[in-house]
Write a protein that binds this ligand. Structure first.
Ligand SMILES: [Zn+2]
Length: 325
């Protein structure tokens, strides 16, 4: 069996205890309140890029209190029976706003929350979907990555967002994908694929067969510089496979809400190839790891947003990967 559901022996008990607490709290609040207990969360702006496929366009910034860490492209797909969220966003607040965007369009069950990889800007909104009791679907290596980095990422988010990070929690996947998995939303199927180390070591992509929309998440960066946190060699290999899959449009993790596929992968491939080639050359020339970024992929400078913020660390990561070849 390729995919397994994680057992949760105490889950139902906890849920029923929580429900009784909520019921008691709601009763008290009902007695005391003269208006709604919570202000309505404003729906996250989303674009319907194909029938039933909605994407929120992340801003090209670092996480701040002003942007709620809503810096990645996230969204959802509506089927006849269920809704699948493809990345719940970068904070509880963004997740709640995304949920409000779904509820503004449909009351169908939110059955799945797909976590495309470990990076906080994509998955830290997951707790906002707790009340829906969805399957949280992630790569088989996601739990390990969360165990290694989750607490650090959470601390960093709290430093960056302050009170705007409140209620943001780590949510572990409940369904793991080690190869492929199909999700049936009713009248539409999503094909999920787990990838070898590329952007990270736990990347998932999602293909909506009805509209031939390919969600690449952070395997595809457009305009914003790609972040190499898995393997530059592996990423180029995955990209070679991915670009052979025909699709009507692709959703990048960062960039416009949709782009033509596979043409939109060209700049990313060019950057990754330059990093791989020039890093090998720098290693051969005896240039140290701390200085290599000055020599590597110089022609790419000015072609990407946030280049100076991320290029040096991309080169460091690639240097470590390539130096023992
Ligand atoms: Zn990422």
């Amino acid at each position: 069996m390729q995919n397994r559901r994680l057992p949760s022996p105490t889950g139902e008990l906890l849920i029923s205890i929580r429900l009784s607490i909520y019921a008691a709290a709601a009763a008290v609040a009902g007695l005391l309140a003269t208006g709604p207990v919570h202000a309505e969360t404003a729906p996250l702006p989303v674009t319907e890029i194909a029938p039933g496929v909605f994407v929120h366009n992340g801003v090209h910034e670092e996480a701040t209190a002003a942007n709620d860490d809503a810096i990645a492209n996230v969204g959802f797909v509506i089927g006849d029976n269920a809704v699948a969220v493809i990345d719940p966003g970068g904070s509880f607040r963004e997740g709640a706003a995304l949920r409000a965007a779904i509820r503004a369009r449909t009351d169908r069950r939110i059955g799945y929350v797909i976590l495309t990889h470990v990076h906080p800007d994509h998955i830290f909104g997951a707790a906002a979907f707790g009340p829906d009791h969805p399957d949280f679907v992630g790569h088989a290596k996601l739990p390990g990555a969360l165990a290694q980095r989750g607490k650090y990422y959470l601390r960093r988010l709290r430093e960056a967002l302050g009170a705007a990070a409140d209620a943001t929690e780590l949510v572990a996947p409940t369904v793991l994908v080690s190869d492929r998995l199909e999700l049936d939303l009713g009248g539409r199927r999503l094909a999920l694929q787990a990838h070898e180390p590329a952007h990270t070591d736990n990347d998932l992509t999602v293909f909506d067969e009805n509209t031939r929309t390919f969600w690449l998440a952070d395997l595809l960066f457009v305009d914003r510089i790609p972040v190499i946190d898995g393997s530059v060699v592996g990423w180029l290999k995955e990209l070679h496979q991915l670009t052979r899959i025909p699709a009507d449009r692709a959703v990048p993790g960062h960039g416009p809400v949709w782009v033509p596929w596979p043409a939109a992968a060209d700049p990313e491939r060019r950057y990754l190839e330059a990093v791989e080639r020039d890093t090998r050359a720098a290693i051969r020339a005896g240039i140290g790891i701390a200085d290599a970024y000055r020599e590597v992929a110089k022609s790419e400078r000015g072609r990407w947003l946030l280049f100076d913020e991320y290029h040096p660390r991309n080169v460091t990561a690639s240097y470590k990967e390539l130096e023992w070849e």
